[in-house]
Write a protein of this length. Sequence first.
Lengths: 140, 73
Amino acid sequence: MFGFRPLPPGGRSRRRATRALFIRHGAEGTPEGRSLRLLREWLSPTQREQFAKRGYFEVIGSDSGKRYRIHAGASVNVCEMDERGRPLEGLCFMPIGALPIGDVMLAQKIALETCEREVRAVARRFTPNGFHFRQARPLG
Amino acid sequence: MAIQIVMNRTGDSRHSFNPDEQQELAKAEQRFYELTNAGFTAAVRTGPGQTLHIRSFDANAEETVFFPRLVGG
């Protein structure tokens, strides 16, 4: 009636893959694209794979050995995980200066991996829920 | 060539220098201390995905990244 045609089998995933490819390569010239490229360069192969597949990557705190999950985002995007992989406590911290998303995430990774205690001293706590970590678009 | 990458709102500013050239090395060292004295954190890559927070200038570092002071959100 309205001219909508159902997508062929696999059409939805192809469309998503095409969109992800466009964002990854088409946006390389933008501040966000450049920051995401730098982030990918500094991630370990495991973290890079996690980020590409799940939209987050995990780091180990330098002082406590605790595991943290850094979701795509520039604030309210870091979560301490328990030993079963469940979110325990959210930590909100970021570098000053309105940096693009990839730079914020890289700063969070480096800070947790090298000076966790200082991070925990400045971070604001929040109770994590699914809404905070919703990924609106593919970035990895 | 070595590089210093300074995060900013445009993504980053990149400063390449030849560590074998005394003048360029001195300029890089000066930039390092200007940034860290202003509150930036400096880190180098020590392996794939491995980072090290450095507090003094490392003339052998191939790639150093600087990010501004962290604050709670």
